[in-house]
Design a protein around this ligand. Structure first.
Ligand SMILES: Nc1ncnc2c1ncn2[C@@H]1O[C@H](COP(=O)(O)OP(=O)(O)OP(=O)(O)O)[C@@H](O)[C@H]1O
Length: 324
């Protein structure tokens, strides 16, 4: 079954007037399944052109949050605006401005790659605007996701990683203003991952696409995201750039070097001043210099541990002080 539906062409489509609004605004979002509260008060915003990574342990509610923003799930409570619209009441024109890459999408097996993308692209033609020409040219799109050698293959013949690239192509064929990526690189080899990262940077930098992604790969989050949100216990327990978060967790950097064959390590709050002094004192005798801040993985683990030990409120207060 395909997701394509024939639509009546809307009257001339102009660019929406809400460019100054944040792409996503979420205030006190709550979600209850039966008697279980999964989201207990999620609040955050994403500005236009921002790449935001939503991190959190399994079952924290990342997919639930994303599906509410996409309009696929109805929230229990809270205010949500996506491209200025309540997703519970989004119409087809609103939907045409979104791109969605779900965690797994097993469909369309008999279609050929090029044929499928050309067909899905037709859905977006009526929503082309002077600023955003929809859909994406099919051959450019296939090239952008690295599927040119496989353009004539049936979807059922693609490998897992190629299939995932096609999922991404399906998500962006309508040149979305806002793109949701739920664990987009699961199953990618390192080369495919790097190409995908380049594509995300291109979408954000050149096309000014806002991107909200979930991932369990912290290295990926650090490479891609302008901002990281950590979801745990039904709420956002940390919100900031990777650098802001790592400073919150570990104010000190670790400096390592060697001199005359001996290795040294020193923790300092001002690595630049320390290194300057080191060179003044020992000059060319210094070798193998490294300055290391806490990685995002260290930072993430510290936040989640802090949260799990019941100190989330104090962690959040301290974080807000650092980023104020
Ligand atoms: N339709 C549903 N009915 C009942 N409970 C659900 C439903 N969908 C999700 N849940 C529960 O809500 C919680 C959050 O699930 P969700 O898939 O949003 O988490 P997640 O953070 O995306 O997890 P993961 O990292 O494992 O993908 C889980 O405990 C899950 O079992």
């Amino acid at each position: 079954m395909t997701v394509v539906r024939q639509l009546r062409a809307p009257a001339a489509v102009s660019d929406p007037p809400d460019d100054d609004l944040a792409a996503i605004e979420v205030h006190d979002l709550r979600m209850r399944y039966g008697t279980t509260d999964v989201l207990t008060g999620v609040s955050f915003t994403a500005q236009r052109g921002e790449v935001v990574a939503l991190l959190g342990p399994n079952g924290a509610g990342k997919t639930t949050t994303i599906e509410i923003l996409e309009g696929f799930r109805i929230r229990s409570a809270g205010d949500v605006r996506v491209l200025g619209v309540d997703p519970g009441h989004g119409d087809e024109r609103w939907r045409s401005r979104l791109g969605v890459v779900l965690q797994s999408w097993r469909d369309h097996g008999k279609w050929q790659v090029r044929e499928l993308l050309a067909h899905l692209g037709l859905y977006y033609t009526p929503y082309s605007t002077p600023r955003i020409r929809r859909p994406w040219d099919v051959d450019d799109l296939i090239d952008a996701v690295g599927l040119t050698p496989h353009a004539g293959k049936r979807v059922s013949q693609l490998s897992g990683g190629q299939r995932r690239r096609l999922d991404v192509a399906i998500g962006i064929v309508g040149r979305p203003e806002l793109l949701f990526l739920d664990e987009p690189t699961a199953g990618f080899d390192p080369e495919a991952r790097r190409e995908f990262h380049d594509l995300v940077h291109r979408l954000a930098d050149i096309d000014d696409t806002t991107i909200l992604l979930t991932t369990h790969d912290l290295d990926e989050a650090e490479k891609l995201a302008d901002r990281i949100l950590i979801l745990a216990g039904g709420a956002i327990i940390a919100d900031g750039s990777p650098d802001q978060l790592s400073r919150r967790v570990a104010a000190d950097a670790e400096v390592r070097w060697s001199r005359d064959g001996d290795r040294f390590v020193h923790s300092t709050g001002d690595a630049t001043a320390f290194v300057r002094e080191l060179f003044q004192q020992y000059g060319e005798a210094i070798a193998d210099l490294e300055v290391r801040r806490a990685s995002l993985e260290d930072t993430y683990m510290a936040f989640v541990r802090e949260y799990e030990s019941g100190r989330s409120a104090s962690a959040l207060r301290a974080f807000e002080e650092v980023t104020r």
